[in-house]
Each structure stands twice: as structure tokens, then as C-alpha cells.
Design a protein around this ligand. Structure first.
Ligand SMILES: Cc1ncc(COP(=O)(O)O)c(C=O)c1O
Length: 409
């Protein structure tokens, strides 16, 4: 054996995983020092068998936790029948899933793709097609400061955080940014040149900031006044995450977007994104104008259907109830620690804003068997699986209490 092979053989399995990645994988992620082997329910296990309570669920993806019996059963069954057949042909599950999405979103038509960014690209093409059909240089997209819409170049162009954009500029022209909930700025930015207005009902990556009802209403009114499309990015805050099917239904149920995109939890860990739109907007994409090879495969759609059926049978209510319980516990901790500035969010989308960086709390959390992350430097972000129970929240609160007492910054 060559020396380097001997050295590698002496490493633990987790260390070997890290070393191999360092050598061959593009170094675009700043990963935490943890390699995970398997999961069951809300728990994850590393290569030494140590267990971790998962309060981040793959950044809002593993809605039913890990190895959920319904999901493993339908994956097994469907993998033995048909995983993918491309969009050249029909299969049973796209139509059924689109029907469910229409029922819960009020948006009649769905385009299937593979990720959040890809869904946002679809929405951008719809806005552009709408604006071009109207003519008169209607190419502007009004988006919000502090937003996050994905890493593809179109989605980046409307992401209101310069740190993500600046290495790739110039990006798609026509993006304008206004402050979240700033009605006057929105009114000033939207004009007849606006093809669309894009916003997250609750900004996720930006630090768990909900929009106000009046802001959503104004966005709808301005979109109507200027013949622009209203687009909601429900990639992180959608499909039950807030204890409601979609966050705007909780914030301002009277407001309906023209387009809504979602992805993350939809297929419980399998890549699936969607662009949903109303009948009027569906005319912006005619045959041949858009498509994707993998989008809406039979396996991913069938898993999503299974998930939606579980949500319809009580899980959605559980998200609301357990989320409220979690926030109440966090507010109790806030009373004991003045460095906790705010506890906010809805359902199981929760942000705890500190007056200091959150990284040390995240690192110490890993040591103590608790997984969450920090966004925007100072906001601890919790996106636990929808199956999380009060008992697991009690455990999380005990560990967080310890972290808040002991971690030094
Ligand atoms: C609100 C929002 N939009 C878009 C995206 C991009 O999704 P993806 O990473 O699946 O491309 C994310 C991802 O975090 C998101 O939170």
C-alpha cells in the first residue's frame, strides 16, 4: 500500500469521508464537521452511532423526517414500477399531484421541475413572456431586499442580497429592489414597466421575516393596476411549513398570487419543484417554450402525493400546534437571556434572533446532539420535520437552555 493509502486506512470512516470530499468535491460549501449515516423519524445518526435531534431537516426538506414508513414503502413500490419516463409521455402521478396542488393553492395549473431555483426560473420566464406580450419595454421585476430566490442566474438577479450576486454580475437586467413591508417604496417602484412582483410570504434565508397583510394587499393592488404578475416564492415557507398550506393564506387569505413556486418539502427529500399559476397566466407558456428532462418524474410525484395525503389527515394541524408550543418555550428562554432579541416565525419555521453571531451555538449544538443552523449571522433557524412532537421539542428546549447558559461568544 502507498503511504497515503496507509494514512487514509488509519482514519475513522467519518474522517475518510471528509478527506475524500476535500480532494474531489468542489469546495463551494462550508460544511459543519459532521458526517451522517442514517436517520429514523426526527433523529439522525453519525458514523459512531451518536444520535442528533434534527431541527433543520435538510434545510426544510425532510418534512416527514427520516425513513418514514409510508415514504419508504411507496419509494420501494414505485421504484419497482417506474421511476422516470421523461415528459415525452404521460404517467399516472403528475395530474393527480397537480390536482391536489390546485385544491390547496387555488392555482389551477402546475409545471413540474427539480429544485427551488429551477421553479423560480420558470416563474421568471412567465413574467418575461407576459411583459413581452404586453410590449413597451415591460421587463422589470420588483423584488425585495434581503430576499433569497436561488443560485441560478435569473433567480440570483432578483435576490436582494448583493453578497450572493456580486461575483456574477452583470446579471439579468430589470431587477428593482424595495424593502420588505415598505408600502411606499413598493408603490414608487412598480410601474407600467413592471412585468412582475416577487416576494416570499416569510423571508427564510433572510432571517425569518414575515410580510404584513397590508403589504401583500398593496402588492396585489399594484400588480393589478399595472398589469404585472404577482409571484409568491413559497419554496421555504410553503406546503405546510407554517401550519397552513401556504403562508399568505395565514397572513392575508384574501390575496391570491398569479404564480406561486415551491419545492423543498414537497417530495420529502426527493428533488421536486413546482410552478403553480392561474389560468390567465398559464397562457404565457405555450407548447415548446419551456421544459425540463427530469421534472415531475413518477417516483418524485408519487412520494409528494403520499405526503400531501398525510398532511390532509392531521399532519398540517400538528405543525401549527407543535410550532406554537416550540415558540412558547423559546419565548420562556428569551425571558432568561437578554441577548435573545426576538423569537419569530409560524408553524415549524422559526427564527431566534440573537444580539451576537449564532455560529458557536450551532457548533455546540452539534456536540450536544442538536442540529439547527444560523442564517444572516445572528438568527438561529429551526425548520424541524413536520412529524416533530412536543416531547422532542421539550428535549430541544432543554439542550437550547444549556447552550444559552454555557456558550461564550
Ligand atoms: C425562499 C427560497 N427560494 C428559493 C430557494 C432556492 O431553492 P433551491 O436551493 O432548491 O434551488 C430557496 C432555498 O433555500 C429559498 O429558501
Amino acid at each position: 500500500m502507498a503511504t497515503s493509502e496507509v494514512e487514509v486506512a488509519e482514519l475513522t470512516p467519518a474522517q475518510q469521508i471528509v478527506e475524500l470530499e476535500k480532494k474531489y468535491v468542489l469546495q463551494n460549501y462550508g460544511r459543519y464537521p459532521l458526517a451522517l449515516k442514517r436517520g429514523k423519524g426526527c433523529w439522525l445518526y453519525d458514523y459512531d452511532g451518536k444520535k442528533y435531534l434534527d431541527l433543520i431537516s435538510g434545510i426544510g426538506v425532510n418534512a416527514l423526517g427520516h425513513a418514514h414508513p409510508h415514504i419508504t414503502r411507496v419509494i420501494r413500490e414505485q421504484a419497482g414500477q417506474l421511476i422516470h419516463c421523461s415528459n415525452l409521455y404521460f404517467h399516472e402521478y403528475q395530474g393527480k399531484l397537480a390536482e391536489k396542488l390546485a385544491k390547496h393553492s387555488g392555482l389551477q395549473r402546475t409545471f413540474f421541475c427539480n429544485s427551488g431555483a429551477e421553479a423560480m426560473e420558470g416563474a421568471i420566464k412567465m413574467m418575461r413572456s407576459h411583459g413581452n406580450a404586453a410590449g413597451g419595454g415591460k421587463i422589470e421585476i420588483v423584488a425585495l431586499e434581503n430576499s433569497f430566490h436561488g443560485r441560478s442566474t435569473g433567480a440570483l438577479a432578483i435576490t436582494g442580497q448583493p453578497k450572493y450576486r456580486h461575483d456574477f454580475e452583470p446579471l439579468m437586467p430589470g431587477a428593482r429592489f424595495v424593502g420588505a413591508n415598505d408600502i411606499a417604496a413598493l408603490e414608487a417602484a412598480v410601474s407600467d414597466k413592471t412585468a412582475g412582483i416577487v416576494l416570499e410570504g416569510i423571508q427564510g434565508e433572510g432571517g425569518i421575516y414575515p410580510m404584513y397583510a397590508e403589504f401583500l394587499r398593496k402588492a396585489r393592488e399594484l400588480a393589478d393596476r399595472h398589469n404585472a404578475l404577482l409571484v409568491f416564492d413559497a419554496i421555504q415557507c410553503g406546503v405546510g411549513r407554517t401550519g397552513h398550506w401556504f403562508s399568505h393564506q395565514m397572513i392575508a387569505p384574501d390575496v391570491q398570487p398569479d404564480i406561486m413556486v415551491t419545492a423543498k418539502p414537497l417530495s420529502c427529500g426527493l428533488p421536486l419543484g413546482v410552478v403553480m399559476c392561474n389560468e390567465k397566466t398559464s397562457g404565457t407558456i405555450r407548447p415548446g417554450m419551456h421544459g425540463t428532462t427530469f421534472g415531475g418524474g413518477a417516483l418524485a410525484c408519487r412520494v409528494a402525493l403520499e405526503f400531501i395525503e398525510l398532511m390532509e389527515n392531521g399532519l398540517l394541524e400538528q405543525v401549527g400546534r407543535v410550532g406554537e408550543y416550540f415558540r412558547t418555550g423559546l419565548r420562556d428562554l428569551q425571558k432568561k437571556h437578554t441577548f435573545i432579541k426576538d423569537v419569530r416565525g409560524a408553524g415549524l419555521m422559526i427564527g431566534v434572533e440573537l444580539d451576537r453571531p449564532g455560529k458557536n451555538y450551532v457548533m455546540k449544538g452539534i456536540e450536544e446532539g442538536l442540529l439547527f443552523n444560523a442564517t444572516h449571522d445572528t438568527v438561529l433557524r429551526f425548520l424541524p420535520p413536520y412529524i416533530t412532537t412536543e416531547k422532542e421539542v421539550d428535549r430541544a428546549l432543554r439542550v437550547l437552555g444549556k447552550l444559552f447558559r454555557t456558550v461564550t461568544v
